[in-house]
Design a protein around this ligand. Sequence first.
Ligand SMILES: Nc1ncnc2c1ncn2[C@@H]1O[C@H](COP(=O)(O)OP(=O)(O)O)[C@@H](O)[C@H]1O
Ligand SMILES: [Mg+2]
Length: 227
Amino acid sequence: MNNTFAPQTALACDNVSIGYRAGNGILSVVRNVSLDVRPGTALGLVGESGSGKSTLALALAGCLPPGGIVTGGSIQIEGQSVGGVRVGRSRLEAARRLSVVFQNPAAALDPSRRIMAVFDQRLRLLGMPSDQRRSRAAALLDSVKIRNVDHVLTCYPHQLSGGMQQRVVIALALANDPAVLVLDEADDGAGCDRRKRDHRASENATTGTSGGLVAHLPRYKSGAQAL
Ligand SMILES: Nc1ncnc2c1ncn2[C@@H]1O[C@H](COP(=O)(O)OP(=O)(O)O)[C@@H](O)[C@H]1O
Ligand SMILES: [Mg+2]
């Protein structure tokens, strides 16, 4: 089929079901989720605790824990398949185009390492030459609206506020220029104003990146819903 005129999709889930192996069977956790995120747009997913939001985020990143299994449907990032039972090169390549900031992102920062050291490691793993890493780290922090970048790079995590730590982690997640950024309750516990601010910061960070904000809202009782 000729898809030349089909709108480009950053992230597409079609009828995705996910479960965890339990005994001889599979406990179904996510059932028949379909969603579509176009480049440069944001999508919210809400659901009560335990409705499968984090499980879906893990599946999108191609990193379900042992026992986790995509039992049906398809996940595509920029048209490349991620979901599925087999772990193949194309699935891993596709997953690299998506970054996830998990719940309690500040816990992702090693308390014994300065922020620049964290960026240095991340950018080295991405293959960036050492002489370019500092300016790239500064640009990433700038993109999430951190003002005193030079100072922040010299800090240990405990020297930063919770909100600043969250921005640093979002900046780290943007280091690979992902097509899709998934925030899994990344601002859990934050006040409403800070949620809005952090979300805006991540939204504004790169123009081409699509955002997925996974939020826990207790009043939604009937499973996870896309907004
Ligand atoms: N590693 C795991 N093994 C088995 N069951 C799990 C695992 N992780 C999560 N679950 C179960 O999957 C369901 C969905 O969990 P989760 O995706 O964390 O929901 P949410 O993020 O919406 O709170 C829960 O019932 C939870 O107990
Ligand atoms: Mg969760």
